[in-house]
Design a protein around this ligand. Structure first.
Ligand code: HDD
Length: 696
């Protein structure tokens, strides 16, 4: 925290070299002790405008007033047309060296090589100020500042996309954004235009299944997968090519919220994911993800086991092409300034380095145009690559000149090639000199607006996804469809979407129809799909608990020594303990002293992965405590109590015999071990039926 507050420079000599404010990473810093104008002139007062007398009108000559207001008037830039709401972090990518056989991209080939990265996570539909936990796809965009130039992997947390051709992108986004008349609903797909579009464009079905699944409401950015979505062409040192899909695997495991939690969080803490990311990094619990690749032969067919690799609505099941791990990403530094870094970072699918090439996927092809284009409006001109966050960390000599916001002072006379004035520099680089030389590929065919026949299969993988999930995950999908379609006004749209679902899975369709009070249409879902167990995110073995939050209810009478032991065990494993008491302050003293970080007024269950009642805590009839415990119980989180804390659980209506409820006489090894296991399992899904989580 404190590092954010540092002010550099002593300000005694405004023009001293050390005080010019240009840092080693090229970023302009605001430094110096004294308040100045933008021109560096020191100011005596910024609270009173220059007036003709104390009660007189303001004078036009007040250059400070005009400069201050003018700058303020222009502080905002257009938000991203999609993915406007985001949070980001700096980090480092370390290569395992295992990708060498498929790519010559240096940042992937050398074992142990470290590359600086900047990662921005986002939702898609909401505006910049919208809530984090809405049901939506999440962006997972990674900028690798490699020695060979910047590589951007602009992916999502869902491995497929709504549409097969980028020409439909404005249409799907128009449909998903708020209705144009009243501009509601914000950051939601639960409205008529979204369901109108996806029921008419059935290629969206597979992506919609993922959105309606738990993947649409991740627990945190730390616990979601990332996917490059498209198939890329990788080229190795010998010029051999392979078709590859990129995956990010979170070390903390893949975990989601439940829908009620997501809804509560959207109101109680709209910054839920943003806060979690920043707090984790501040606490030294660095989010980590392993980069993996699925490698398919580049045999000229652009398909693998009958799956069209150019169709971005299809995955390659991990059982057919295992994900091979090639490196690890660690996010270890929060941005210093949201606007300068997170807002101004500009990703582009065309930011590629030698060894990584694109394919003919028509969605990818359109993206290659859109990302560069959008920055011109968003960042106000063609020189956005000079902004500190976008600046490559390798030599740049592009012969581009001038334009809005030009920061460089270019020497020389001849920004053209060849030239006889500037020593014929800069020179073109051959492939051997690190030049980006595309692998020659034959391109032919008539100019047509048409898809290959293989793109017509809109349902088989949607069926595969649904049938690969566990029953509780399927229940969540049924509930999500029932909720979202239940928010639509147009009967015809609901009926059309039910026809779509009838082609995915009969039971799914019937249950959603029952929830909507509509007849289920008969469909013909594929029966012969092979399931892919890797698609389920329910864990059967306890995973790591780093980054998890445990809320401990206690008061001055509680067994604070027990709280201290629990805190010690949790901290050792990277989890955090927060004491929740009826009122704020400090409990106890000495080695067992506990600072009250939340009161019953400021705490809500959604913040915690587990809630524990400390032995000795006095019973209270505060309804907020009952709500806290019941919510955590209903959301199938680990619940625990020791000693007389068990009575408080019972008083709140918690069944002590329910799965995932950990009880003990005191905080001993058995108790803490059971807690760690319960937390590592993420949820006690066996409890779901008991708590009627499912209305279906
Ligand atoms: Fe996109 C932003 C991911 C299809 C056009 N996209 C954007 C961001 C992510 C993605 C993560 C936010 C980047 C950031 O944090 O700044 N987009 C995807 C994925 C897609 C996809 C995974 C499909 C596989 N996008 C897509 C298409 C188009 C765009 C088909 C247009 C033809 N996307 C944009 C954009 C954005 C953008 C308009 C808005 C802001 C920006 O680019 O910088 O150009």
């Amino acid at each position: 925290m404190s590092s954010r507050r540092k002010i550099a420079g002593n300000g005694s000599t405004p023009n001293a070299d050390s005080d010019r404010g240009v840092a080693s990473d090229g970023a302009l810093r605001q430094e110096g002790e004294f308040l100045t104008t933008a021109q560096g002139v020191r100011l005596p007062d910024t609270d009173h405008s220059l007036k003709a007398g104390e009660r007189g009108p303001t004078l036009l000559e007040d250059f400070h007033l005009r400069e201050k207001i003018t700058h303020f008037d222009h502080e905002r830039i257009p938000e991203r047309v999609v993915h406007a709401r985001g949070a980001a972090a700096h980090g480092v990518f370390e290569s395992y060296g295992t990708a060498k056989k498929v790519t010559k991209a240096q940042f992937l080939t050398k074992k142990g090589q470290q590359t600086q990265v900047f990662v921005r996570f986002s939702t898609v539909l909401g505006s910049r100020g919208s809530a984090d936990t809405v049901r939506d796809t999440r962006g997972f965009a990674v900028k690798f500042y490699t020695d060979e130039g910047t590589f951007d992997l602009v992916g999502n947390n869902i491995p497929v996309f709504f549409i097969q051709d980028g020409i439909k992108f404005p249409d799907i986004i128009h449909a998903g954004k708020p209705h144009p008349d009243r501009e509601i609903p914000q950051a939601q797909s639960a409205h008529d235009t979204f369901w109108d579009f996806v029921s008419l464009h059935t290629e969206a079905t597979h992506h919609v299944m993922w959105n309606m699944s738990d993947r649409g409401i991740p627990r945190s950015y730390r616990t979601m997968e990332g996917f490059g979505v498209h198939t890329f062409r990788l080229v190795n040192d010998s010029g051999e090519t392979a078709l590859v899909k990129f995956h990010w695997k979170p070390v903390a495991g893949i975990h989601s919220l439940v829908w009620e939690e997501a809804q509560i969080a959207a109101g109680v803490d709209p910054d839920f994911h943003r806060r979690d990311l920043a707090d984790s990094i501040d606490a030294g619990i660095f989010p980590e993800y392993e980069l993996g690749i699925q490698v398919m032969p580049d045999d000229g067919t652009d398909s693998f086991h009958g799956i069209d690799l150019l169709d971005p609505t299809k995955i390659v099941p991990e059982e057919l092409a295992p994900v091979q791990l090639v490196g690890k990403l660690t996010l270890n530094r929060n941005p210093t300034n949201y606007f300068a870094e997170t807002e101004q970072v500009a990703f582009h699918t065309g930011h590629l380095v030698p060894g990584i090439e694109v394919t003919n996927d028509p969605l990818m092809q359109a993206r290659l145009f859109s990302y560069l284009d959008t920055q011109l409006t968003r960042l106000g001109g063609p020189n956005f690559a000079q902004l500190p966050i976008n600046r490559p960390r390798c030599p740049v000599n592009d012969m581009f000149r001038d334009g809005m916001h030009q920061h460089a002072v270019h020497p020389g006379l001849a920004p053209y090639r060849p030239n006889s004035i500037d020593g014929d520099l800069p020179r073109p680089a051959s492939a051997g000199q690190g030049g980006y030389v595309q692998v020659p590929r034959a391109i032919e065919g008539p100019a047509v607006r048409a898809n290959p026949a293989s793109f017509d299969d809109h349902f088989s993988q949607a069926t595969m996804f649904y049938r690969s999930l566990t029953p509780i995950e399927q229940v969540h999908i049924i509930e999500a469809f029932t909720f979202e379609l239940g928010k639509c006004y147009e009967q015809a749209i609901k009926e059309r979407e039910l026809i779509v679902l009838s082609k995915v899975d009969t039971d799914l369709c019937e249950q959603v129809a029952a929830g909507l009070g509509l007849p289920a249409p008969a469909g013909e879902p594929a029966n012969d799909v092979t399931t892919s167990p890797a698609l389920s995110q329910v864990v059967t073995e306890p995973g790591p608990i780093a980054g998890r939050k445990i809320g401990v209810i206690a008061d001055a009478n509680a067994d604070l020594a027990g709280v201290a032991i629990l805190r010690g065990v949790a901290t050792e494993l990277g989890a955090a303990v927060h004491v929740i008491a009826p009122v704020g302050g400090v409990l106890g003293r000495g080695r067992t002293k506990q600072i009250v970080e939340r009161t019953l007024l400021t705490a809500r269950s959604i913040e915690f992965d587990a809630v524990v009642v400390a032995g000795g805590t006095a019973p209270t009839n505060d309804i907020k405590l009952v709500l806290l415990l019941q919510e955590a119980f209903r959301h199938c989180k680990a619940i625990a109590a020791w000693g007389t804390g068990q009575d408080i659980l019972e008083d709140a209506g918690i069944s002590l015999a329910a799965p995932g409820v950990v009880l003990g006489k005191k905080v001993d090894e058995d108790f803490t071990a059971s807690m760690v296991t319960a937390l590592g399992l993420h949820r006690a899904w066996d409890r779901a039926e008991l708590v009627m989580l499912s209305a279906v």
